[in-house]
Design a protein around this ligand. Structure first.
Ligand code: DMJ
Length: 662
């Protein structure tokens, strides 16, 4: 038997799929789908196939382009390439490394700072964050703005700081970059000058307490020199600095203190910086008042003490650059002026200026005119005094806190305080009268009337200790609130009594001095808070001095020790020196930063954690330490109060016609 013949080979087919599919059902396999697609593809016309190929190519190109762009973005968001990531530090430091400005490559200390603009003293009035809900109900709006300003202080937007903390931005159109500041006139060769003042300050050997002040100054200066040289303020905790005007504020404010303390080496180094680095031709807004009392006052005083013309030239240059502030419809100056462009403007939200600001620049402007022979400084400043003198809206010599630069009238009427925004108005009435040789009776009358107004409307006694204090009046309602700033008043009253004003001014000075001392003494750290409230009610068992959580900070302010200096100098009572010594020890215990400098603190009632705020205000060197040094001196001829008058930043200026003189 033969086996059956094999079946004939299948005919050769072009389309395998067709062949294979015959007699087979769809099984969903990939190979089946491929074969089916291929058959359909071959069934398409050439045109159809070309269109499809074109579309596919186009879509692939689009896809490639999209991928490239998304990949770039992803790289950017994730730290870039490995190489780029390697170049960056793993953890960039939160604070700049502490370096002297001059060491920074490409950064000059005098370059205008367009950010990190920092606020003036009260700018620091900010509640410890946990106590913000306890903020005073009777706080005025400006103080809230100050707090807001403080919190924005590290904002990188270009901001300008006005009076005590309110951060503002320049108004569009108020800056005229092409306009030049006035060219300074030549100093008058006729101007009476005090030369070779070094002879007035033989290096008398300081006593033990004075040596402690010198030590404190050296420590503060060491911090500034190391970490903030040429900048406005030291941030001692972070070993860094902050800028306000970008003009070496602390250095200028401290010049005369160094001279008085006998720190000649430090003085010479600072003088060199003024000579080589201090330039005023820069696009920066300064507050008229703050820069007048600190920079103009500091330079004039350094000139008088050292006899060095450099300081007068700088003062004259700076004074010229401030003059555009007086170009207002009312002659009441704007709060801010750009010393590079000459553009002046009020704060953004108002056309008001602060009364204390516009009435506390006269000592400096008058002295600048006397020295240079150019009357324009004195005339501009005295025009303000004249206008304020005749304004309606005062209450027995007490002035409101605001004045409008257009109308020239007081605004926000009916609120009276001896604290922020009004304080130095009263101080400068007396001190101008003294400066001018006690001839300008209008100033004296305004001062005497104001002191009577204080007695009548603002003076009360606390319970149970019967401490005399100066409160505030708002629309007929008395508030038992007193700023530490008011502690300038005992010293001013004592100075007036020394210059022949009624003896009861000295009695009031003594009583208020006791109170200011208690404002320090009753705190756990021995340092006064920024604001206190006095207890008025004998029936409750509260202490005399009350502090609200938002007011517990201390900014190293001078007012208590300033008044202690006057009271000791003019009464000879050593208890005032002892009180000052207590305060210096408290500063050393609670505010001294080991690496250099002193820091303002947030809580004077917590000796275990006073909470350093990382800021050393320029007035700590300009005023606080200077007044402490003078307080501990038993030599009344050291900056005699018959020869000098101190401006509100503690810069001594000569009395024009001392008693007994021509
Ligand atoms: C200083 O700038 C001056 O003393 C000014 O009159 C008030 N504020 C500070 C000090 O507290």
């Amino acid at each position: 038997m033969y086996p059956p013949p094999p079946p004939p080979p299948p005919p050769r087919r072009d389309f395998v799929s067709v062949t294979l599919s015959a007699g087979r059902t769809y099984d969903g396999s990939k190979s089946w789908r491929r074969r089916s697609c291929w058959r359909k593809w071959k069934q398409l016309s050439r045109l159809q196939r070309n269109v499809i190929l074109f579309l596919l190519t186009f879509l692939m190109l689009c896809g490639l382009l999209c991928y490239a762009s998304v990949a770039d973005q992803w790289r950017a968001g994730n730290g870039g390439s490995a190489e780029e990531r390697e170049r960056r530090p793993v953890d960039p430091p939160v604070l700049p490394a502490p370096r002297k400005a001059e060491d920074l490559p490409g950064v000059l200390p005098q370059k205008p700072q367009r950010h990190f603009r920092r606020g003036p003293p009260s700018l620091q009035i900010r509640a410890p964050s946990k106590g913000s809900e306890d903020r005073r109900q009777d706080d005025t709006k400006w103080r809230d703005e100050a707090v807001g300003g403080a919190r924005r202080e590290e904002n990188t937007r270009r901001t300008v700081v006005s009076w005590r903390g309110a951060v503002i931005e320049p108004q569009p159109g108020t800056e005229l970059p092409t306009r030049k500041a006035e060219a300074p006139p030549r100093p008058s060769s006729q101007a009476p000058r005090i030369q070779n003042q070094a002879a007035l300050f033989p290096p008398a050997s300081p006593n033990e307490r004075q040596r402690a002040v010198i030590d404190a100054f050296r420590h503060a200066w060491a911090g500034y020199r190391k970490f903030a040289w040429g900048h406005d303020e030291l941030k001692p905790v972070s070993r860094s600095f902050s800028e306000w005007f970008g003009l070496g504020l602390t250095l200028i404010d401290a010049l005369d203190t160094m001279w008085i303390l006998g720190l000649k080496k430090e003085f010479e180094e600072a003088r060199k910086w003024v000579s080589k680095k201090l330039r005023f031709q820069k696009d920066v807004d300064v507050n008229l008042f703050e820069s007048t009392i600190r920079i103009l006052g500091g330079l004039l005083s350094a000139y008088h003490l050292s006899g060095d013309d450099l300081f007068l030239k700088k003062a004259e240059d700076f004074g010229n650059r401030l003059m555009p502030a007086f170009r207002t419809p009312s002659k009441i100056p704007y709060s801010d002026v750009n010393i590079g462009t000459g553009a002046a403007h009020p704060p953004r939200w108002t056309s008001d200026s602060t009364v204390a600001e516009v009435t506390s620049i006269q000592l400096e402007f008058r002295e600048l005119s006397r020295l240079t022979g150019n009357k324009k400084f004195q005339e501009a400043a005295e025009e303000v005094t004249r206008r304020v003198h005749s304004l309606p809206g005062k209450k027995d010599g007490l002035v409101p806190m605001f004045i409008n630069t257009h109308s020239g009238l007081f605004t926000h009427m009916g609120v009276f305080t001896l604290g922020a925004r009004a304080d130095s108005y009263y101080e400068y009435l007396l001190k101008q009268w003294v400066q001018g040789g006690k001839k300008e009776t209008q100033l004296l009358e305004d001062y005497l009337e104001a002191i009577e107004g204080i007695r009548r409307h603002l003076l009360r006694r606390s319970e149970p200790g019967k401490l005399a204090f100066v409160g505030e009046l708002a629309h007929g309602r008395f508030s038992a609130k007193m700023d530490h700033l008011v502690c300038f008043l005992p010293g001013t009253l004592a100075l007036g009594a020394h210059h022949g004003l009624p003896a009861d001014h000295m009695e009031l000075a003594r009583a208020l001095m006791d109170t200011c001392y208690q404002m320090n003494r009753q705190m756990e750290t021995g340092l006064s808070p920024e604001i206190v409230h006095f207890n008025l009610y004998p029936q409750n068992d509260r202490k005399d001095v009350q502090v609200k959580p938002a007011d517990r900070h201390n900014l190293l302010r001078p007012e208590t020790v300033e008044s202690l200096f006057y009271l000791h100098r003019l009464t000879g009572d050593p208890k005032y020196q002892d009180w000052g010594w207590e305060i210096l020890r408290s500063f050393n215990t609670y505010t001294r930063v080991p690496s250099g400098g002193y820091s303002s603190i947030s809580n004077v009632q917590d000796p275990l954690n006073p909470q350093p705020r990382d800021k050393m205000e320029s007035f700590f060197l300009g005023e606080t330490l200077k007044y402490l040094y003078l307080l501990f001196s038993d030599d009344p001829s050291l900056l005699s109060l018959d020869a000098y008058v101190f401006n509100t930043e503690a810069h001594p200026l000569p009395i024009w016609a001392p008693p007994g003189g021509a």
